[in-house]
Structures are given as structure tokens and as C-alpha cells.
Design a protein around this ligand. Sequence first.
Ligand code: FAD
Length: 289
Amino acid sequence: MRIDDKIAAGQTFSFEIFPPKGDMPLETAYRVASEMADDRPDWISVTYSAGGSGNSANTVPIAASIERDLGVTALAHLTCLGSTRADVDAYVAELAGAGIENVLALRGDRRPGREAIDFAHASDLIAHLRASGSGLCVGAACYPEGHVESPSERESFESLYKKQEAGADYLVTQLFFDNEDFYRFREKCLRHRVRLPIVAGIMPFTSVNQIQRMAFTCGASIPAKVVKRLVLAGDDPADQARAGVEYACEQLEDLAANGVDGLHVYSMNKPSVAHAAREALLACGYLEA
Ligand code: FAD
């Protein structure tokens, strides 16, 4: 089913997984997806070479298995830096062959040796997907705190408006640790004529190192209340990860209470994280048993 139809029908709840890195077997991803499917998400998204992992070849096979074997809607990510129109058309044909109706159209992070060929920005990819007549439901990324490369807020919203005009059907946010950033962003979108539904993406922090890495790669700021949680958690990695899941659940509950088009959990291939999020959203009434 198309994700824009799901969002139109009511608030959504979804998870993200990434294909196994290096030599890890594909079965690992199938097992993770299968366990997450037990928590009945509206969809599971599958990343495409995220963080430069180079594991893009497994995105469609995993997404296909989610649709076919688990009966859950899959969202296949796609980045376009370094790709030609023919590469994208081949990917679209693969999606069609696997019965996948949803794609998240992204530029991808800049890396040495990966320059723009036919697509400089995500909006170029979105326009191509629309023009190709694929009929795909196309999602796009947005950034409550602005994209790291954006020189100004105005340019950040102009880029977002271009995604809307190119034909994006909805937006999914980059992770954020302070919901006030999301609420401000949502208001500003309207002022900048960006009227697409916005699904809020939440990632539990797992350790001091991980959150510092996130701050640099995504430009997400770390509020004092998160630093305090980590200090209170102490040096034990398990306690730090537990504090991260607790904090993420509180963020989700607050977003649910403030009305949101959808909640997406960056569950980092951890079914326990996805499950904790579902329990929190059941408890606050966002989800029904
Ligand atoms: P763009 O929209 O092209 O924006 C990139 C920069 O260019 C921004 O600063 C923007 O303001 C500017 N810009 C955009 N259009 C124009 C224009 N027309 N003229 C001038 N400037 C412009 N990465 C992966 O590799 N794989 C994944 O699976 C993946 N999944 C993601 C999922 C989500 C929900 C999010 C939020 C990010 C994901 N990323 C993934 C990371 C993403 O690829 C990076 O954030 C990337 O740096 C930007 O992607 P974008 O699609 O927003 O690019």
C-alpha cells in the first residue's frame, strides 16, 4: 500500500532497518525485519548504503522480503549522487518487479569520488521519478535543525519547497533530540509554503560516542537534558543504551500528545528498541492494541 494513503488514513508508526554490513548474512536482516513485523508497523524502511556502508545491493531484496514474506509495506531508500538516469531507471524496474510501491528519494552524503552525474539534488531525483511514470509513492528527507550544508534557513526551506514542487508525497525528518526543534520546524514549513505531511523520525541514543557522531554527521544538537541523562547513566554501556530508549520513548509520547502525521523509529536493527517504542505508544493511546 502507498505510504501517502496510510498517512491520509491516520497517524502512522514505522521503523527503519539497514542492510547488514560487510560479510554479515542477509538472513540477519530478514530475522530483524521479521521480529519488528510482530510489532505491526505501518511500514518498515530499508536504507540504501547509509553512512557510506556500500551495502545498497541488498536494499531491494530486503524490502521485497518485507512485503512478500511478512505482509508489511516496505519503503526502499534510494540515493542519487554518482548515479545516472539509467541506474535509477534500473532500480525503479527492480522495485516494480518486487511489488514495492514506496521509495524515499535522497541525494546521499557527499563522499570523495562520488560526484553528481545526472542528479545534483534530491529534487532532481524526485522530478525524474515523477516523469518516469513509475507511479511510485515518493517520500523525501527534511531537517528540523536545517541540513548541515545549508548556508541559511531560507535556503534550507527553499530546498524543501523544491522537493514538494518536484512531486514528493510526504517528508520524513532527520533525527532530533529536542521536540521543540520539530514543533518550530513544522510551523516554519507552513510559512515557507511547504504543506506536505511530515513524519517525525526519532533515534534512541546508545552511547556518548554514538550521539557525538550523530551530532557531527547529521548536525543534530544535543540538549542539556540529554547530556544529563547520559551523565546519570554512568559508564556502563547497557545503562547508557537504556537511558537512550527511555528518552526516545518520552520524545515519542510528547510528539503523540502534540499531534503528528506519523512517528518513525530509527530502530538500528534492534527489535527490542522497536518494541519499546510500540509499548510507549500503546500506553499513551497513540496506538491501539
Ligand atoms: P538534498 O535535498 O539534495 O539536500 C542536500 C543539500 O543541498 C541541502 O543543504 C539542501 O539545502 C541543498 N539543496 C537541495 N536542493 C538544492 C537546489 N536545488 N539548489 C541548491 N541547493 C540545494 N543517506 C544514505 O546514504 N542512505 C540512506 O538510506 C539515507 N536515508 C535517510 C533517511 C532520512 C529520513 C534522512 C533524513 C536522511 C537519510 N540519508 C540517507 C542521509 C541523506 O542522504 C543526507 O542527509 C544528504 O546529505 C542529503 O540528502 P537530501 O536528500 O536531503 O538532499
